[in-house]
Design a protein. Sequence first.
Length: 161
Amino acid sequence: MRAPRIAVAAAVTAMTAVFAGCAPGGMDAAPPSTSPPAATATPSAAESTPTPATDEPTTTAGAYVDYSDGAIVATPGPKVLFFHASWCPQCRALDEDLRARGVPDGLTVFKVDYDSRTDLRQKYGVTIQTTVVFVDDSGELISRSVLYDDPSVASLVAAMP
């Protein structure tokens, strides 16, 4: 019963080292009596981790998150900035629809504060709230659409490039 606990603990420690950028070889020396089981447990645990990660991006769920600097570059896949104002009834309607219906698979919607992010409004030519701006991985404008008249997920989908 003790050997499996030690092997599992060693595997977890080795995986932590791998994710931290450390070489797993340094972990083998820590528990001298269980070096061989730890060495055999580490590669199988490390090999099983990338498999789900490589399968996951093909079917990722949509995400609706608050905008933060650097988020565009750090987020894979299609992205859209939703310029939202808390005082705007159309913005609130789109916000509620996104929360109720969800974001289309693979799309990330960044909720950008219309009032405080004048830098982004200026960069993307946004002059009215409920504007959505589709951007590429480096943050360059792909297309822009105003959803003021029909603030819904269906309109967002229709506006996708």
